[in-house]
Design a protein around this ligand. Structure first.
Ligand code: ADP
Ligand code: ZN
Length: 301
């Protein structure tokens, strides 16, 4: 038994065939191109899906369905991507229908971070936990909130969009129009932009972290603020949901301990409940496959 997972991100789209143990059997990654109409991008996605299906000669009935994880806001009841800041040209795109009409398989849509939380619950770092939060720090920031063993969906499936939780209004304006959203301060995009401004040359997120590790004074001062804001966000989540563990994934989590340790230190000093201060802050266990496995989990879990 298999499912196809499609993880649509602001930087890339990952498409994978996942088996019932959560193993990614075939995978293909294409860059997200916002200069072309979304329908054309979906055409490319469908071509990749077709290639993967034809490469793996599945027998009839073996592929249960196609799961899509996409950046919110979404309208999961109607299969729409409505107005995602990180795919700003994708306004009211009926993604579910545009994929479903090309294949003889049913299609489900879920917020990407919520799908990722399902993956962590299924085969990742949240396996043993009934209460945990998956947070992705990537092009944007999102989360999937598992409470009492259930993924929190909300009215339209958009629960957990912590990227637009206001954490410090003294920082600049977010793509959503508010000042001081978590994502506008601490996403990979924000870190690369602000780090580049500080140094005066174009840097990637990784290069900003490299300067942080090397002790570049202005970057250290700046990154300490960013990491503090991530700590504040985690404390708010811990205090609100009484969570046991926060699992952090997404491209930026690849930097490892220089990201994780300061967040742990902040949580240890500031969570309201003394036990909450010991909340585990751990990396995703699924490498960079969380999105694909989570989208497939919509059919296999
Ligand atoms: P998407 O947002 O499309 O799902 P990713 O999860 O890969 O994609 O996140 C992309 C972001 O992660 C970019 O901002 C990129 O700069 C950042 N990133 C990717 N690799 C690293 C790395 N090794 N260290 C720090 N940041 C990284
Ligand atoms: Zn915002």
């Amino acid at each position: 038994e298999y499912a196809l997972g499609v993880d649509i991100g602001g930087t890339k789209v990952a498409i994978g065939l996942v088996d019932k143990t959560g193993f990614v059997k075939e995978q293909s990654i294409i860059p997200t191109d916002l200069s072309i109409p979304p329908e054309d991008m979906i055409y490319r996605i469908n071509s990749e899906i077709r290639k993967i299906i034809s490469k793996t000669d599945l027998s009839k009935g073996e592929l249960k369905g196609i799961g899509i994880g996409a950046p919110g806001p979404l309208d999961i009841k109607n299969g729409l991507i409505t107005c995602p800041p990180n795919l700003h040209t994708w306004i009211n795109i009926p993604i579910q229908r545009l994929i479903e009409k090309e294949f003889p398989y049913p299609v489900k849509l879920e917020n990407d971070a919520n799908a990722a939380a399902l993956a962590e619950k299924w085969v990742g770092a949240g396996k043993e936990n009934e209460n945990f939060i998956y947070m992705t720090i990537s092009t944007g920031i999102g989360s999937g909130i598992m409470v009492d063993g259930k993924l929190l969906h909300g009215y339209r499936g958009n629960a957990g969009d912590v990227g637009h939780m206001v954490v410090d209004t003294s920082f600049g304006k977010c793509t959503c129009g508010q000042y001081g959203c978590l994502e506008a301060i601490a996403s990979g995009t924000a870190i690369a932009t602000e780090g580049s401004n500080i140094v005066g040359e174009k840097l990637t997120t990784k290069e900003v972290f490299d300067l942080f590790k090397e002790g570049h004074p202005q970057i250290v001062a700046y990154m300490e603020k960013v990491l503090r804001v991530l700590g504040i966000a985690c404390v708010s989540l811990i205090n609100t949901f009484d969570t046991e563990k926060i699992v952090i994934g997404g491209g930026v989590s690849k930097v490892g301990e220089p990201l994780f340790q300061p967040i742990r230190d902040y949580v240890e000093a500031h969570a309201l409940n003394p036990e909450g201060r010991l909340t585990e802050i751990v990396p995703s266990k699924l490498d960079q496959n969380t999105g694909v496995v989570g989208s497939a989990a919509l059919w296999l879990l």
